[in-house]
Design a protein around this ligand. Sequence first.
Ligand code: ITT
Ligand code: NA
Length: 182
Amino acid sequence: MTVRFVTGNEGKVREARAYLEGIATVEQIEYDYTEVQSDSLSEIARRGAREGYEATGNDEPVLVGDTGLFVDALEGFPGPYSAYVEDTVGIERLWRLVSGEENRRARFRTVLAFADGDRTETFEGELAGTIVAPRGDEGFGYDPLFEYNGRTLAEMSLEEKNAISHRGRALAAFAEWYANYE
Ligand code: ITT
Ligand code: NA
């Protein structure tokens, strides 16, 4: 069955497509859903999925994923504002902000929301790591800044990242649920 992934971010689509190969066909829809101002990734994702479902014709289920990078020393910043901060501040300046801190622990969190018109289900994944000076050319977004087990996410192949990442974990929970869908 086809799932429409409503997102403007191709990196997210690549990871979902690779992870769900043989489970669901992932089609990217570039509809710009309203990102409500909320501290809750799941609230943003749930609303986005419902709106995306209606806006794309009410015929095939949609997935929306919302991700945030939460830096301990910055009280969880940029968190739900991660997309805005990447576009404005950028990862180099975020690194400079964190480099002066002793505690450089951070987490990625992803919430995936699936909406089919009858219900909206959410699936979550988290990855704990450390903020480091940017390294690596793979992945996207904050990947060069985020070290896990000695390597940044940008130093891993897509498959390696999917096997351990916040998004991979959320996709695993989705795939398990989806196996018994309908
Ligand atoms: P859509 O809302 O259109 O899906 P987006 O890029 O805004 O695209 P998110 O809200 O999920 O997607 O991402 C928030 C920010 O976090 C954004 O700057 C992403 O580039 C970044 N990001 C998301 N997932 C990431 C990952 O696995 N590794 C590194 N950065 C990531
Ligand atoms: Na977003």
